[in-house]
Design a protein around this ligand. Structure first.
Ligand code: ATP
Ligand code: MG
Length: 425
């Protein structure tokens, strides 16, 4: 997808409202973008709410420049020019009859006011008129925004009963915005926490990711633990005795100091010490993370502590870690751990020095390949990978420097019966 240019995106969002207005409809910016703008944060996308019905929106912007994404919900995506991204234009609606705790049974097109009332939290229930530059507030959202409060619109128990994802969203918004949960809203989250399990794994993971990569990730984790949501979505971290409590505090101290964690890294750090690398992988599978993300989390936990004493350890061991794709995250973790202990991160500094070496020094091409072994008269088999690995280590540790020396080493290893299945052609 082409890069978004914030001013272009914003201008386009304004033009959409102008076009709808010119055609006689009511139209406003809605939800998160209004909240973010009032908080002086750059909105990452703009949503428009309008009295126009989906087919009217399509007719206005052209079939080719629009996509119907949620016909039942009245959501049409309008594609913008380069740099403007796309904007969701949704018809004012009210929702009712949530039976599965996630999705409404019926939606009815309605007024701006009703559309505000169906939204989750007052801070997310605001409209903004970009032409008159005026906020339209049916839910007292501006007061809560100023006071830094996440408050459910209406009766919190009812609102969480309708849609259990809101339990996690409440905590996520409180954490990422640095807001407090309004008392009744918080009580409802605590009372209903166990019901969050009806939410799909993907949505849970999505909320967890947003929370864990944000600056306030430890605030989020503490809120999850205090409200009882952690016991449902991440029971692995809930402490059951004093030892685990200390361990959790230590983990939070490190998580908090991560510079810019990926989801995999933050997850690895909170789970470290509580579950094995395989246990980390199980959490990732449960949340249906990509193979890449779950492999990375597992690799990080398996290699925790491996950068310790980097300057004095064997180069062939350290080098393999340094050239691994997860190295930046492992360095972040190691640095955060040193910071949490009030120590200087000397190992990290040394690794950074090595990473700045030219590639032929950091990761030189191998002295010998499988073809060389074949030419040397060996029959391909499992023995090959073992021989090549031994040669690689010897090369990295400076024990051999030429292909001839590598082949001499092969002869020695085979003659000593030092490798498995050593048979020659
Ligand atoms: P961000 O995109 O930063 O996560 P957002 O507020 O834009 O925050 P979205 O998930 O993009 O969140 O949803 C846009 C708007 O739709 C919200 O601001 C809110 O008004 C409404 N909304 C989203 N999810 C729900 C929900 N589960 N229940 C009620 N309203 C919701
Ligand atoms: Mg949004």
């Amino acid at each position: 997808m082409p890069e978004l240019v914030p001013e272009v995106q914003r201008r386009f969002a304004r033009q959409i409202v102008e076009r709808l207005r010119a055609a006689g409809f009511e139209a406003y910016w809605a939800g998160g973008c209004v909240r973010d703008q009032l908080l002086d944060r750059p909105p990452h996308d703009y949503d428009v709410a309008t009295s126009a019905k989906p087919d009217e929106v399509r007719r206005l912007f052209g079939l080719r420049r629009t996509l119907v994404v949620g016909a039942a919900f009245g959501v049409v995506v309008v594609l913008g020019p380069s740099g403007a991204g796309q904007i969701e234009v949704a018809t004012f609606r009210s929702e009712s009859g949530y039976h599965d705790g996630r999705h409404p049974e019926r939606v009815a097109f309605s007024s701006a006011r009703e559309d505000a009332l169906r939204r989750d939290f007052t801070i997310n229930g605001l409209f903004y008129d970009p032409i008159e530059e005026r906020v339209i507030d049916f839910v007292d959202g501006q007061a809560d925004l100023r006071a830094g409060i996440v408050r459910a619109i209406g009766n919190p128990v009812d609102r969480f009963t309708e849609d259990k994802l809101r339990l996690l969203r409440a905590v996520r918004f409180a954490a990422t915005l640095g807001f407090t949960l309004e008392t009744a809203t918080r009580q409802a989250v605590e009372q209903m926490a166990s019901q969050v399990t009806v939410v799909s794994a993907e949505r849970i993971a999505d909320e967890m990711e947003r929370m864990l990569v944000s600056k306030n990730r430890t605030v989020g984790l503490r809120l999850l633990l205090e409200t009882g949501l952690a016991a449902e979505v991440l029971p692995e971290i809930v402490p059951v005795d004093a030892r685990q409590r200390t361990q959790l505090e230590n983990a939070l101290g490190v998580v908090d100091r991560l510079e810019r964690p990926t989801f995999s890294l933050a997850l690895a750090v909170v789970l470290f010490g509580r579950v094995s690398p395989a246990g980390v992988e199980r959490v990732c599978r449960r949340w249906r993370l990509s193979n890449q993300a779950s492999d990375r989390a597992e690799w990080l936990v398996a290699h925790h502590g491996c950068l310790k004493n980097a300057p004095t350890g064997r180069w062939s061991v350290l080098q393999k870690i340094l050239v691994s794709p997860g190295i930046e995250e492992l360095l972040q973790w190691t640095a955060a751990e040193a910071a949490a202990k009030g120590r200087e991160a000397t190992d990290v500094a040394y690794c950074r020095e090595c990473l700045a070496w030219p590639p032929e020094k950091l990761d030189p091409p191998p002295l010998a390949t499988g073809d060389d072994l074949v030419r040397h008269g060996l029959v391909p088999g499992p023995i090959f990978s073992e021989l090549l690995a031994r040669l690689r280590d010897a090369q990295l540790d400076g024990l051999i420097e030429t292909k001839a020396q590598a082949m001499a080493m092969v002869d020695r290893l085979v003659a000593d019966g030092n490798v498995l299945g050593s048979d020659r052609a």
